[in-house]
Design a protein. Structure first.
Length: 74
């Protein structure tokens, strides 16, 4: 039973418990902070992905240039 099996009743229960614990004034602040954290995490993972793609492109360019140099020597 993973987190994907929570369902609608489970989410409602979690929200009610959060409302009781934090109160109605703190929930928007918590939601805003969670949203900012999620956005930063998403941007960081996209940055890592783009870095990996740049490294692949650089390796491919180096390989192609070495291949071209090898053909010129023949």
């Amino acid at each position: 039973m993973g987190i994907g099996n929570i369902g609608i009743p489970g989410l409602i229960l979690i929200l009610v418990v959060a409302l009781i614990i934090f109160g109605p004034s703190k929930l928007p602040e918590i939601g805003r902070a969670f949203g900012k954290s999620l956005k930063e995490f998403k941007n960081a993972t996209q940055g890592l992905t783009s870095d990996d793609e740049q490294k692949k492109d650089q390796k491919q360019t180096i390989t192609e240039s070495k291949t071209a140099e090898g053909e010129k020597k023949d």
